[in-house]
Design a protein around this ligand. Structure first.
Ligand SMILES: Cc1ncc(COP(=O)(O)O)c(C=O)c1O
Length: 451
C-alpha cells in the first residue's frame, strides 16, 4: 500500500508542477488517446500499480489545467496546496461524516469551520449551515428551507403533506438569476417557469424599484455576484422591502458572498447580512478541491426541520452538531476538513488578501484590453471581466484562438445580446506575471488580422 500511495503522490506532484509549462487546454492528441480506456470490463483483477500508471499516462495530459495559474474560464479556483494535502489525509480517513458520534473529528472540524465562516462574514453565530457539493445544492438546501418556513407560517407542513393542495408560494427572481438557482426551484416543485421575473439593469442587478407588491408565502431570490459581470443586486434595499411583507430573502452568493469577508469591499456587501439564507461556494474563491459549498440559514431550526433525518439504527442523539441534520445527503464526505485547513492557513487577513489580489488581476486585464482599444462590457467591481473583440463572429474566433494557443483559457458568453469573452480570476496560483503572460497572448491573438 505504501508504495502505491507514494507513487500516486509523486505522480500528483509532477502533474501540478507541469501545469506552469504545459498548454492550459489538453491537446486533441491527448484527448484522442482516452479511447485506449474504452475496453470491455476486465474479467480478471489488475495490479494496482498498473491501474495508477494507466490513469496517469492516459488521463493526466487530457485534463484541462484548471488547477494551474492561467485558467480563467467559468468561475474556478485552484486548490491551495494545504487544502489538497488536507483532502489527501481526509481521503485516507474516509469518514462518512453524517453523524458526530461515528465521525467526531471530521464533524467537529465542520462545526469549527462553520463558526469561523460566520465570524468572517459577520453573520449571527446562531445561523445554521449545510456543507454541500456547491452553490447549486446550497441554493437547493436554502430554498427547501425557505419553502418549509413560508408554508409553515401559512399553517402548512410541506415535509409531511407535500405541495399538493398547499397554499401557493410566490417566487421572485431577477432576469439574470443563475440557471442553477432556477434548476433548484424546479427540483423543489416550485417550478422553473412559474416565477415572477423582475427586470435587471445594464450590469444584471435586479431593479428594486421594479419589485411587485408582495403578499402570502413569498420567496425573493437575490444574487451577490452575477456570473458574467460580478454585479450585486441591491440586497439591503430588497430585504427592507421584502421583510415588511413577511417574505423570505435568499442570496445566491456562489462567489460574490466572499466580498463580505473583505473590509475594503463592504460597499458591495452592505446589508447582505439582513437576508434569511445565503448560498456560497468554497471550491470557487476559497480555493479548496471540488466539490464544496455551503448553505447558510439565519434560522438554524428551520434548516434542520427541512433536512434532518432520524431512524432507530442511526446514533443521532449527540450534544454536538450532526452534519447530516442540515444537509440533503445522509452519507457524505468530510468537506469541512479542507475548509478548516484553508481558513486555518490563510486566516482572516489571508482570505481578504486572496480576494483583493484576484480582483486586482481582473482590473489589470480590463485596463489592458481597454488600452489596446477593445471594449470591456462590464464595470469591473469584482473578479469578472467581459470583453468584446468586435462583432460576434470575430469575438468567437478570438476565443477559439486563445483556447488553442494554450497560454491561458477563457470561455465565451452572450451578455445582453453581445457576444463576449469572460475572464474570471479566482485562483490563488495566478501571479502578476501570469496576468501579463495571459494578456500578451490574448492581445496578440486578437490583433492578428488573418485570424
Ligand atoms: C451565481 C452563481 N450561482 C450558482 C452557481 C452554481 O455553482 P456550482 O457550480 O458550484 O453548483 C454559480 C456557478 O458559477 C454561480 O456563479
Amino acid at each position: 500500500m505504501r508504495k502505491l500511495l507514494e507513487n500516486a503522490a509523486q505522480r500528483a506532484i509532477s502533474y501540478l508542477e507541469s501545469l506552469e509549462f504545459r498548454g492550459v487546454a489538453p491537446l486533441p492528441e491527448a484527448i484522442a488517446k482516452l479511447a485506449v480506456l474504452d475496453q470491455p470490463l476486465p474479467e480478471e483483477p489488475s495490479e494496482p500499480e498498473m491501474v495508477l500508471k494507466l490513469l496517469d499516462e492516459i488521463c493526466s495530459s487530457a485534463t484541462m489545467a484548471m488547477a494551474g495559474p492561467r485558467f480563467f474560464g467559468f468561475v474556478i479556483g485552484g486548490s491551495l496546496p494545504v487544502t489538497l494535502a488536507a483532502n489527501w489525509l481526509a481521503g485516507a480517513w474516509d469518514q462518512n461524516t453524517a453523524l458526530y458520534n461515528s465521525t467526531p473529528a471530521t464533524a467537529y472540524l465542520e462545526q469549527i469551520a462553520l463558526r469561523w465562516i460566520l465570524d468572517l462574514f459577520r453573520l449571527p453565530r446562531e445561523c445554521g449551515g449545510a456543507f454541500v457539493t456547491g452553490a447549486t445544492m446550497a441554493n437547493f438546501s436554502s430554498l427547501a428551507t425557505a419553502r418549509h418556513a413560508v408554508l409553515k407560517r401559512a399553517g402548512w407542513n410541506v415535509d409531511a403533506d407535500g405541495l399538493f393542495g398547499a397554499p401557493p408560494i410566490t417566487v421572485i427572481i431577477g432576469t439574470e438569476a443563475h440557471p442553477s438557482l432556477i434548476k433548484s426551484l424546479g427540483l423543489l416543485g416550485l417550478g422553473r417557469n412559474r416565477t415572477i421575473k423582475v427586470p435587471t439593469d445594464s450590469q444584471g442587478r435586479l431593479r428594486a424599484d421594479a419589485l411587485p407588491s408582495l403578499s402570502g408565502p413569498t420567496i425573493v431570490c437575490t444574487q451577490a455576484g452575477n456570473v458574467n459581470t460580478g454585479a450585486f443586486d441591491p440586497i439591503s434595499e430588497i430585504c427592507e422591502m421584502a421583510h415588511q411583507d413577511g417574505a423570505w430573502v435568499h442570496v445566491d452568493g456562489a462567489f460574490g458572498l466572499w466580498a463580505m469577508a473583505v473590509p475594503s469591499m463592504v460597499h458591495l456587501s452592505a446589508g447582505m447580512e439582513n437576508a434569511d439564507s445565503w448560498a456560497m461556494d468554497f471550491h470557487k474563491w476559497l480555493n479548496v478541491p471540488y466539490d464544496s459549498g455551503l448553505a447558510l440559514v439565519r434560522d438554524a431550526d428551520a434548516l434542520r426541520a427541512a433536512m434532518a433525518v432520524t431512524a432507530d439504527y442511526l446514533p443521532t442523539a449527540s450534544p454536538f452538531r450532526n452534519p447530516s441534520d442540515f444537509t440533503p445527503e445522509l452519507s457524505r464526505r468530510a468537506r469541512g476538513v479542507e475548509v478548516w485547513a484553508a481558513l486555518q492557513s490563510l486566516g482572516r487577513n489571508g482570505v481578504a488578501e486572496l480576494i483583493e489580489r484576484t480582483c486586482r488581476h481582473a482590473r489589470r486585464f480590463a485596463e489592458g484590453f481597454q488600452s489596446a482599444g477593445f471594449e470591456v462590457l462590464n464595470d469591473v467591481a469584482l473578479n469578472q471581466v467581459l470583453v468584446a473583440f468586435g462583432d460576434a463572429e470575430t469575438t468567437n474566433r478570438v476565443i477559439s484562438g486563445i483556447q488553442t494557443d494554450g497560454t491561458c483559457w477563457c470561455g465565451g458568453t452572450i451578455w445582453q445580446g453581445r457576444t463576449a469573452m469572460r475572464i474570471s480570476v479566482s485562483s490563488w496560483a495566478t501571479t502578476d506575471d501570469d496576468v501579463e503572460q495571459g494578456l500578451e497572448a490574448m492581445l496578440r491573438i486578437a490583433n492578428k488580422r488573418d485570424l
